[in-house]
Design a protein around this ligand. Structure first.
Ligand code: F0G
Length: 366
């Protein structure tokens, strides 16, 4: 088996990309059927988690970053730059290090989860913390783009190419196209990439293809007959798609998706309208509850933003808005260990003297 993502899907990607790659073993993530949550919620659906937390830097960004960095090398860039809520910068820093490129990251000050910050530091990025949010950082990054300094946010079409491979993997692992695919939406690159992937697999044109600016024609023949309904989930306090236009002060505990002005707005709209899908708000409490339930009942520890898609699906199903018996895939976008503070309030630790009696009492085994 060809072992790197860009090699495995070379037919579906721009030519020669794998020749410039610096793979860290991205993609090929597990599709895990949930066994406890649907039952406890009395939801008659087959729900699978596509757990992207096992990527090399712990999020789905690695799929897109390996492609964007390959292209940056190919065009002779000396450096890459990105705005980030944490995961893009972790991936950019790691892949840039491997490719021997400088990496500049602009982050909203004080709003990056500890683990993600540690990653950018560890991989040697030049880190600038902005007094502002992700949207301010994104606007600033655009001003520094050049051939020598490649922007590796998802406005870079190679990021989308890499990330569309998740749809191919889901189809292969499931042996069919799911009825529904749900995921969190922040900057909206990922929902755009999922939709392009499913559309290419089905050989159907999508308006989301505008991201490739006419430079791309899918080459391989269609191998599926349908596309899923797409459900996007936004944190209720950072939900420009629910508001219908960009918002200026997004706020949520799910810092990964604390974004008010999504750059791939039209891509997300194409995914939603062409799939007859929807974008739904999820409260911070709901997404933290689902994050904790996934970890404590299913053994899957994702970060807060990652649980938004599943939270939306469970709420919709309980409200009778999803037909029984359907197959649903939820992308869990990042690893829970990136944000160790998120579930701190659930701590059940008790401190005792190291005596058998006290330990037994604390454990309820006395
Ligand atoms: N989930 C996680 C864990 C993310 O880090 C992001 C985005 C998303 C979901 C949303 O994906 O932006 O394509 O709609 N994180 C970006 C970053 C913004 O900078 O790491 P999207």
């Amino acid at each position: 088996m060809k072992n790197s993502l860009l090699e495995r899907y070379a037919e579906q990607l721009p030519e020669g990309l794998a020749d410039c790659q610096t793979s860290l073993g991205e993609g090929d993530t597990r599709l895990i059927e949930l066994v406890h949550l649907p039952k406890r919620h009395k939801v008659d659906l087959k729900i699978y988690a596509k757990f992207e937390g096992t990527n090399p830097t712990g999020s789905f960004k690695d799929r897109g970053m390996v492609a964007a960095i390959a292209q940056a090398r190919r065009q002779g860039a000396r450096a890459v730059i990105c705005a980030s809520t944490g995961n893009t910068s972790a991936a950019a820093a790691a892949y840039a290090a491997r490719a021997d490129l400088a990496c500049h990251v602009l982050l909203p000050a004080g709003k990056i989860a500890t683990g993600k910050m540690a990653q950018a530091i560890a991989h040697g990025a030049n880190i600038v913390a902005l007094r502002g949010n992700f949207d301010d950082a994104m606007a600033a990054v655009r001003r520094f783009a050049s051939n020598a300094v490649a922007v590796v946010n998802s406005i870079n079409p190679f990021r989308i190419h890499g990330q569309k491979t998740i749809a191919f993997e889901v189809i292969e692992q499931l042996g069919k196209v799911p009825d529904i695919h749900a995921l969190p939406v922040g900057n909206a690159g990922n929902i755009t990439a999922h939709w392009i992937g499913y559309s290419e697999a089905a050989g159907i044109e999508t308006a989301a293809n505008y991201v490739f600016a006419g430079d791309w024609q899918a080459k391989s023949a269609a191998w599926t007959a349908k596309r899923p309904v797409m459900i996007g989930a936004q944190a209720a306090g950072a939900a420009p798609f629910i508001a219908g236009s960009p918002i200026s002060d997004p706020e949520t505990v799910a810092t990964a998706i604390r974004i008010g002005n999504p750059q791939s707005w039209d891509g997300a709209q194409a995914a939603i309208s062409e799939s007859a899908g929807r974008i739904l708000p999820v409260t911070d409490e709901e997404l933290l509850n689902v994050q904790y339930a996934l970890a404590s009942e299913e053994g899957i520890f994702c970060e807060p933003a990652s649980s938004a898609g599943l939270a939306a699906v469970l709420a919709e199903a309980k409200a009778g808005r999803i037909e029984a018996g359907l197959t649903v895939v939820c992308t869990l976008t990042g690893n829970g260990m990136k944000d160790p503070q998120a579930l701190a309030s659930r701590a059940k630790t008790v401190e005792v003297e190291a005596t058998e009696a006290q330990i037994a009492k604390a454990l309820g085994l006395d």
